[in-house]
Design a protein around this ligand. Structure first.
Ligand SMILES: C[S@@+](CC[C@H](N)C(=O)[O-])C[C@H]1O[C@@H](n2cnc3c(N)ncnc32)[C@H](O)[C@@H]1O
Length: 216
């Protein structure tokens, strides 16, 4: 898989999706799910968001009381994050985190694992740095919206063209393989197509998977 560059052609416009009616609704549901899962990782403490991009979720996590540091490989995305907030930001690679072992309570990776060159290696790095556990938000390969994004990415190259989508089962296995046996894992999906009268629940087809994992 080749690198996807979140460069200056993307970074200034990245958050415009969250300002559309559909984007606002999706973000509200994603945050509700992530907040519920984050509660399984204990009270607010230090948190590293890997692939923080423009800091959209980092700022929200800080509002919840977490001491957030954002890390990203893209200077253009970090530049946007800097202009939108005051959080500590680090230029770095998820595959070689410039952080000591156990240096954050929680490591979050939200809509970013899909874009890493080597997701298993990135998860191993995340476990190395996290004292309590991981919070993941990932686009669901089984969700109808993922199909739409993939088709769009094939028709006209965009950031999703090279992304790797996961099903809940694949994500669960990936986390287990990277974190070792005996993990306590919680997951759910959300963001349903608007024509479906569903919200959350145990069904695996929502567009967005949230997962929290800690040592059992
Ligand atoms: C789709 S954006 C998500 C940004 C943010 N988490 C959000 O949900 O708004 C994916 C981010 O992952 C970053 N990224 C991709 N590969 C990376 C790597 N190896 N190390 C760190 N960040 C990386 C990209 O630069 C980009 O900012």
């Amino acid at each position: 898989m080749s690198d996807i560059s979140f460069d200056e052609t993307i970074a200034p416009y990245y958050e415009s999706w969250f300002e559309t009616p559909a984007g606002k609704q999706a973000a509200r549901r994603e945050k509700a799910l992530l907040q519920r899962l984050l509660a399984t990782l204990g009270p607010p403490g230090t948190l590293l968001e890997i692939g923080c991009g423009t800091g959209y979720f980092s700022r929200w996590l800080a509002e919840l009381g977490w001491q957030v540091t954002g890390l990203d490989l893209s200077l253009s995305m970090l530049w946007q994050a800097r202009s939108r907030g005051e959080l500590p930001l680090v230029l770095g690679d998820a595959l070689a985190l410039p952080c000591p072992d156990n240096s954050f309570e929680v490591v979050a990776i939200i809509t970013a694992l899909e874009f890493f060159r080597d997701a298993p290696a990135a998860l191993e790095q995340a476990w190395r740095v996290a004292r309590r556990g991981l919070l993941l938000g990932v686009l669901n390969r089984l969700g109808p919206l993922a199909w739409l994004r993939r088709v769009q990415g094939k028709l006209r190259p965009n950031i999703y063209s090279e992304a790797r989508f996961y099903s809940p089962g694949e994500l669960h296995s990936l986390v287990e393989e990277s974190g070792g046996p005996g993990l306590d894992i919680h997951w759910d999906t959300t963001v349903w197509p608007r024509w479906l009268p569903l919200e959350g629940g145990p069904l695996p087809w929502g567009a967005f998977i949230g997962l929290a994992a800690r040592d059992g």
